[in-house]
Design a binder for this molecule. Structure first.
Ligand SMILES: [Zn+2]
Length: 427
């Protein structure tokens, strides 16, 4: 029998990636296609047209997530889904997200070209606002789809211009041409997200396919230290409430605490001083903490340490710590990981297990269905950068693996048959 992967056309996939990168193209070769902007709306409309031309049925939902559906023999069964996102950072590259969506499209086209009709429907998906650069936090499209967040909360998030995400969503949905809306929380049989690694491991090892084992845990905080403004020349040391000195003590102590274990990722990327004047004792500091480690126990231990440090180092200032995000580490479905490894092996492609250091929509989908990710190498691990680059052969290899994985999952059976006769895909 024909294998879907035999019909994957790497040159076509590359051409479509380059075509998509014209939407929001930056003069330096990168992409600025932030979520729900005119550039992304135009790219989305282009994808709808492309999907229709391939015989796929487009639909959306109230989060403007875009789905392109290949019918299966059993329209009553939950679909197998694959894709990623088409929004980018303001200084984004051409492959982050876009590769996942277009690889899924290529895989579906290959299945059709092989003359195959899957048992289950297969849906290509582009989730809204993965990046969170315009409306923070990100992944609100997959959060809404899976029910992790409610629309009222997401709609109220405003961008730097004061535009509410709800208004931006309404504008995008109004621009759709005959794209029907479906409800959130539709059942999904399985989800596979192809993505560039955004790290150096696969390139360094010369391995084209990464079987992603899971996503490392993240906690994000905002710390506000409040002191009092005073004259730099006249205020005595004992009467100062210097918010910056307190914040610096906290950051230094947190950095020391996070040095063990040495693979802990600690970042203080935002640091705002008020009034930020050379001859005024700082009255207030706001800083961020981004803490990541694959072992939840490490993250939890450091969480307690950070809280103690903020309290212990505040001196005469007041300090408040607010945790704004907590995503525990997760381990992807062994069934999906096994399917990816088997498909790569069947194609003679070397593969290795790899942990995702960055978050992806797959995190959200993992909560509702068996989920996995396929990584492909990217040059020097550079991403969120106009210099982002992936080799066409590696991208084609990722799409070929995906095509065979989707075909297997869409016809997949396993234990757990339910009353509807759905054989189900085990987690
Ligand atoms: Zn991405």
């Amino acid at each position: 029998m024909a294998r879907p992967s035999d019909h994957v056309d790497g040159a076509r996939l590359w051409r479509r990636l380059m075509d998509l990168s014209r939407f929001g193209a930056r003069p330096d070769g990168g992409v600025d296609r932030q979520t729900l902007t005119p550039a992304e709306i135009a790219a989305r409309a282009d994808l709808v047209a492309l999907g229709r031309s391939l015989g796929l049925e487009p639909f959306t939902d109230a989060a403007a997530n875009l789905f392109l559906r290949l019918p299966g023999r059993r329209p009553d069964l939950p679909p197998v889904m694959a894709g990623s996102h088409i929004d980018s950072q303001p200084t984004g590259g051409r492959f982050d997200g876009a590769f996942g969506v277009l690889a899924a499209l290529e895989a579906v086209e290959a299945i059709r070209a092989a003359g195959l009709v899957p048992e289950r429907p297969i849906e290509v998906v582009a989730f809204t606002n993965e990046e969170g650069s315009r409306f923070a936090p990100g992944m609100t499209g997959s959060d809404l789809f899976t029910g992790a967040r409610a629309m009222a909360e997401v709609a109220a998030i405003r961008d730097a211009e004061g535009i509410a995400q709800g208004e931006a969503l309404a504008a995008v949905l109004a621009a759709d041409r005959d794209v029907p809306q479906r409800p959130f929380q539709r059942p999904v049989a399985a989800f596979v997200e192809p993505h560039i690694e955004q790290g150096p491991v696969l390139e360094r090892d010369g391995v084209p396919i990464g079987v992603v084992t899971g996503i490392q845990g993240t906690r994000r905080y905002r710390v506000r230290v409040t002191g009092a403004a005073a004259h730099a020349g006249t205020a005595e040391r004992h009467e100062r409430r210097d918010a910056l000195m307190a914040a610096v003590r906290m950051v230094a102590a947190i950095d020391r605490a996070a040095s063990d274990p040495s693979d802990t990722k600690l970042t203080v990327g935002l640091f705002e001083v008020t009034p930020n004047a050379p001859s005024v004792v700082p009255a207030e500091v706001l800083f961020s903490i981004d803490l990541r480690h694959p072992d939840n126990a490490v993250v939890d231990r450091l969480d307690a340490a950070i809280r103690a440090i903020v309290e212990g180092e505040r001196g005469p200032c007041a300090a408040s710590l607010r945790q704004i995000q907590h995503n525990p580490s997760l381990t992807f479905s062994p069934v999906i990981r096994g399917a990816i490894a088997a498909a790569a092996g069947g194609l003679g492609l070397t593969h290795r297990d790899i942990l995702s250091a960055a978050g992806h929509d797959a995190r959200q989908l993992h909560d509702v269905c068996p989920t996995g990710m396929i990584f492909v190498p990217c040059r020097d691990g550079i991403s969120h950068n106009p210099a982002e680059w992936a080799e066409p052969d590696d991208l084609a290899a990722g799409a070929r693996v995906l095509a065979d994985v989707l075909w297997q999952l869409a016809n997949g059976d396993g234990p757990g048959a339910d009353a509807s006769g759905d054989p189900g895909i085990p987690r």
